[in-house]
Ligand binder design. Structure first.
Ligand code: ZN
Length: 162
């Protein structure tokens, strides 16, 4: 019985073992340079090419809001220090993208740490009009220089059934 010519590499170990056992005349041949290059370019794990359309969010508006809060998270107060300076994220209350079409204005932006940005974007917590938190204990930290639009807060609550 000769080599079946299957192009499957790896995969089902048992099938591979029986294939080798049944092919006494099969000899290993060096893998061609082209094949090696192709395999090496695959990287250590299966990869898929994705196309991602992401709205650029670090606008002048976002920078202004972060500066107003001195890069401290409006939920936990953490101010992340990095070698490149303090780091915070500008979180849009009513999302910018379709179908929400929120505006890129300071009254629609919160200054959050990365963790609270994710929790906010996934609706783990919302902000009531009195600035108390829904889903987390506590209240939103505010600045007199930064007014929020209660309509955008209501929109975010409605998105998450609050
Ligand atoms: Zn935080």
């Amino acid at each position: 019985m000769g080599y079946s010519g299957s192009k499957t590499i790896g995969g089902n170990g048992a099938r591979t073992a029986s294939l080798y056992a049944d092919t006494s005349s099969y000899q290993r041949k060096p893998v061609s340079r082209t094949t090696l290059t192709r395999l090496n370019n695959r990287g250590p794990a299966a990869r898929a090419r994705l196309s991602l359309l992401r709205i650029v969010r670090d606008t002048a508006v976002g920078k202004r809001v972060k500066a107003l809060h001195d890069y401290a998270c409006q939920i936990c107060g953490v101010r992340l220090e990095t070698g490149a300076g303090p780091y915070a994220e500008a979180a849009h209350i009513r999302p910018l993208g379709r179908p929400h079409n929120g505006p890129d204005v300071t009254s629609n932006v919160l200054c959050l740490c990365p963790n609270h940005h994710v929790l906010f974007d996934y609706g783990v917590f919302c902000v009531a009009n009195d600035l108390s938190l829904i889903g987390l204990p506590g209240r939103l930290r505010v600045s007199r220089k930064h007014t929020l639009n209660s309509g955008h807060l209501a929109y975010h609550r409605a998105m998450w059934g609050q």
